[in-house]
Each structure stands twice: as structure tokens, then as C-alpha cells.
Design a protein. Structure first.
Length: 148
């Protein structure tokens, strides 16, 4: 898991060259004014889901991991707290290959971190994360899905 400011996202292109395309997309698009939906950037290898998600609490949020894709999550309208546990500490649960997700039921995160608008969180395949823990009733956010 990586947390930083959007201005520094370009420093992480050595992790995955597609991150450079995310940086370019952010330079030419205003996430605040874009409509909800899926925006394809490089076919199935890179796209962004712009969504308004409902509030979850630490009790209702669930841990998830992805094998095929890296998540770059950017809160837009309010701060977002993420639960975190490394994959190596998570119990075995069924992987949904069609949706590239494993959901870990009632397993609680080991720790929590808050990401503010103007910042991002990168979750690699080894990072269990529980998103959408917010104080507001909903959040507008961008989730860039980057081929791992």
C-alpha cells in the first residue's frame, strides 16, 4: 500500500509503466466535473471507475484483494478511510475471477488509514483493503484499475 499526494503520483511509474498513463489522464481530465461511469484509457489494461459510493463504517466495510489489477483510489468529495491487512495474514476465501475480487467476509483489518482529497492510495495485489469508510453519507471517488 502506498499513500501520497496526487502531485507525486508520477514518482511511482517504476512500479508499473501504466501509472504514467494515469498521470496523463489526470492532467487532462477534471475528476470533480466528470460524470459517474467507467472510462477506458488503455483497453482492459487501464480504466477508471468514477463512482458515488455509499457510506460504510468500520463494522460494515469488508476487506478485498485483486489478483489481476492494481487499485489507485482517489477520494474526491471527502476524506476516505481504508482498512488494511496484508494478503499473507488473510484467511483463504473464494476468488471471483470474473470480477477479479476476493471478499474476506467478516475479517477485520489490522489497521486503518485516512486519505484526503488531493491524495491517493495504491493497493497492490498483496494489499487487502476495506474502502468507503467515510463520515459523510456518500463519497465521489475515482478508482483507477491498472493491470498488475
Amino acid at each position: 500500500m502506498i499513500i501520497d499526494t496526487i502531485e507525486n503520483l508520477g514518482k511511482y511509474t517504476t512500479l508499473n509503466p501504466l501509472i504514467a498513463d494515469v498521470v496523463e489522464f489526470l492532467k487532462s481530465h477534471d475528476l470533480h466535473t466528470m460524470e459517474e461511469g467507467k472510462y477506458t484509457i488503455k483497453g482492459n489494461d487501464l480504466f477508471v471507475n468514477l463512482q458515488v459510493a455509499k457510506q460504510r463504517t468500520k463494522d460494515t466495510a469488508f476487506l478485498e484483494t485483486h489478483i489481476e489489477m492494481v487499485d489507485i483510489q482517489i477520494p474526491i468529495t471527502c476524506a476516505e478511510t481504508f482498512g488494511y491487512s496484508p494478503l499473507c495474514d488473510l484467511p483463504a476465501f473464494e476468488y471471483n475471477a470474473e470480477k477479479d475480487i476476493t471478499k474476506y467476509g467478516d475479517t477485520k483489518p489490522q489497521t486503518y488509514v485516512t486519505v484526503n482529497p488531493g491524495q491517493f492510495a495504491i493497493f497492490m495485489p498483496q494489499d487487502g483493503h476495506a474502502p468507503c469508510i467515510i463520515e459523510e453519507s456518500e463519497i465521489k471517488k475515482a478508482i483507477f484499475k491498472v493491470k498488475a
